[in-house]
Design a binder for this molecule. Structure first.
Ligand code: WTA
Length: 637
């Protein structure tokens, strides 16, 4: 093992250079040269990346910027993401290659070759068609991490329907709101899933959510756990029943789509109000996810790729399902908790399946690190070649443990910064890039970033500012579903004159041009790498009959990165107690999902507000952390 260096949080850290054998085999050896070319001739670069895919008809224009900021990519082109993720592999040696290895939490295993995946997807696509699902319609998917989840996503895409995947850890309110916003007629779910040895009650939650969202006409459930669930006549069908009927024919034509036709919406939290549905397309998203996955993770045909994210979030969409399948990789998927039944569960699977690349979050690493090195040490992890990190900044301790204990000091860590809105990785090293622990390093090809102040001036090296992206890229979200004005206001308004995208993160760039992400500048919270909005937690709290007003903030947490702390004003006559605190925590958890459960609930007489009535969360945060409360001149009293 190599001796490790002491990383800093800025500037002059010692570099971790990639091992020689990694450099020798790298798909892209010269970052600087390729990057320079990708900026000088952006459209030429993306055209070359797009040519690696299967198009039914070639595009006429690479980038159409006539309606800024509503950019269009590869216009005139005809494509379907499934044509690339499945169909084209069937004509090659990959037909019989494993597309997916899946392990359920109780230990059951399923594998699917590309041939078998095609068959399952085609059958389910025909089932959806028989339920009247049409091109452009949005199907909501609410499932545990089982193979039928990617199958359902791919089946929608294949027939030109859009999917809206709702994370299986969300609860009634989150699911109901998303179904209604998407106007979904069809919901695909499961009776339940396995998590930490227990059954999650997906169908019960789905039933309650359907009661609140009357658009649903059809609900298809996978039988995963076999527990008793309520099925409504004329509405509810079992997946396995439908898949046995003649309607589930094994062949289905892949719909020819326009490059700009929408592929999916994915709801994510914003600064205010309800979560917004970001829209991604068939053309640009296919090009962007496959290109970034191939370049950053140096994908080879023999790789076994494990992205441990849930498909319910963007990381799962782009790098568990679409990017890797387009690149013809073998993907690994696991249903349950990383420490069930013992903290060696992940390490055991890496050894058992010969995983070559692991892509996960700092929270997962910190969570497993807590159990000690003896668990990974019991396993042969020598198949690992590269590691990845996503979702939140990775702290030096977690970086070092990941690098030394999991990666034997020999596997470079790709710390990748990106967002639901960006569709794919934006700032990340390549395997040949010298690393500084805690820095996502440099912008990827075709991506130009800057760190600026409110007046669009670039700040000095080492200074903190707002992260902006200076030019469009193919994977960018095209709009917010049903609310184009909000899309413009949220991301493009502040730097309108320059035409820059505002990421919502603060960052700094050091003297060597390495980028250090600091965190969100808005009311978005990253808890365990999951993205939540203070507004959603607050609205869950005030939906309780005892609460009149509520505020939520994020405070640092050793494992989760951030944790949610809340402050409430109770209705007149109601008194705060330990019992009520517990009840409110449970209420948020059952309305939104366990990830949104607050650490604590403080009862207050009043909340710090501006004279216009806006809650000053930064004042609450400063108080909680014992810091200077800052400028209080706008405080109401
Ligand atoms: C944060 C997840 C630091 C960031 C793909 C961003 C990160 C938000 C990193 C988007 C990273 C993501 N280092 N912070 N490598 N990756 N973030 O939409 O604050 O769930 O704005 O997409 O996660 O979260 P989202």
């Amino acid at each position: 093992m190599k001796t490790h260096t002491q990383p800093h949080t800025n500037g002059s850290s010692l570099l971790h250079h990639p091992p020689k054998h990694i450099v020798k085999k790298a798909n892209v050896k010269d970052y600087e040269k390729t990057y320079a070319r990708s900026i000088e001739d952006r459209e030429g670069f993306w055209a070359d990346e797009a040519k690696k895919l299967k198009w039914y008809k070639k595009w006429q224009q690479v980038l159409d910027d006539s309606e800024k900021p509503f950019y269009k990519w590869f216009t005139g082109g005809k494509i379907n993401i499934v044509g690339n993720a499945i169909d084209r592999h069937l004509e090659t040696h990959r037909r019989n290659k494993l597309a997916m290895i899946w392990e359920g939490e109780p230990g059951d295993v399923k594998t699917l070759s590309y041939h078998a995946l095609n068959r399952e997807v085609s059958k389910f696509a025909n089932v959806l068609k028989s339920m009247g699902v049409k091109k452009g319609e949005i199907v909501t998917i609410y499932m545990p991490q089982i193979p039928e989840l990617p199958i359902a996503m791919l089946a929608c895409a294949k027939i030109g329907a859009m999917h809206s995947v709702v994370y299986g850890g969300f609860s009634v309110e989150a699911l109901a709101g998303r179904i209604s916003d998407a106007n979904s007629r069809v919901l695909v779910t499961a009776d339940g899933g396995w998590r930490r040895g227990k059954i999650t009650d997906l169908k019960t939650i789905a039933n309650e959510a359907m009661d609140r969202s009357p658009t649903i006409e059809v609900c298809i459930s996978v039988k995963r756990t076999g527990q008793e669930v309520h099925m409504e006549n004329d509405r509810d069908f079992w997946y396995h029943d439908l898949m046995q009927l003649p309607i589930a024919a094994p062949r289905c034509d892949t719909e020819v789509m326009d490059s700009e036709d929408p592929l999916f919406i994915l709801f994510t939290s914003g600064t205010t109000g309800k979560p917004k549905g970001l829209v991604h397309t068939h053309g640009g998203y296919s090009v962007y996810t496959s290109s970034t996955h191939r370049n950053v993770f140096d994908i080879k045909d023999e790789d076994r790729w494990w992205c441990a994210a849930d498909p319910g979030w963007i990381t799962g969409h782009s790098y568990l399902v679409y990017g890797p399948l387009i690149n013809g990789a073998t993907i690994m998927m696991y249903e349950g908790a990383p420490n069930h039944p013992y903290p060696n569960r992940w390490w055991n699977m890496i050894e058992k399946y010969g995983i070559t690349i692991l892509y996960t979050s700092p929270t997962a690493i910190r969570g497993l690190m807590r159990f000690g090195e003896q668990w990974p040490r019991r396993h042969d992890l020598s198949s690992l070649r590269l590691l990845g990190s996503v979702g939140e900044p990775i702290n030096p301790e977690a970086w070092r443990w990941y690098h030394e204990v999991i990666g034997r000091g020999e596997c470079p860590i790709m710390d990748t910064w990106w967002q639901t809105e960006t569709g794919g990785m934006m700032i990340a090293p390549l395997p040949v890039t010298p690393l500084k622990p805690g820095s996502a390093t440099k912008p990827l090809f075709g991506i130009e970033v800057a760190v600026v102040d409110d007046n669009a001036n670039e700040v000095q090296p080492g200074e903190e500012g707002k992260l902006v992206i200076k030019a469009p890229w193919p994977g960018m979200a095209r709009t917010i579903f049903g609310d184009p004005d909000r899309y413009v206001d949220t991301y493009w308004k502040q730097y309108e004159e320059k035409g820059w995208y505002k990421a919502g993160d603060s960052a700094r760039i050091d003297e060597d041009g390495y980028i250090w992400i600091i965190g969100r500048i808005d009311d978005v919270i990253k808890v365990s790498g999951y993205r939540l909005g203070t507004a959603e937690v607050e609205s869950a709290l005030v939906s309780h009959s005892d609460v009149s007003e509520a505020a939520a903030i994020a405070l640092p947490h050793e494992i989760k990165g951030n944790a949610i702390h809340t402050y409430v004003i109770l209705k007149a006559g109601v008194h705060g107690s330990k019992k009520l605190e517990e009840e409110l925590k449970k209420h948020v958890s059952s309305e939104m999902g366990p990830i949104a459960k607050p650490e604590n609930v403080h009862f207050l007489e009043s909340l710090p507000k501006t004279r216009s009535g806006k809650i000053m969360r930064r004042v609450l945060k400063a108080r909680a952390m014992g810091l200077d409360e800052g400028d209080l001149s706008t405080l109401e009293d």
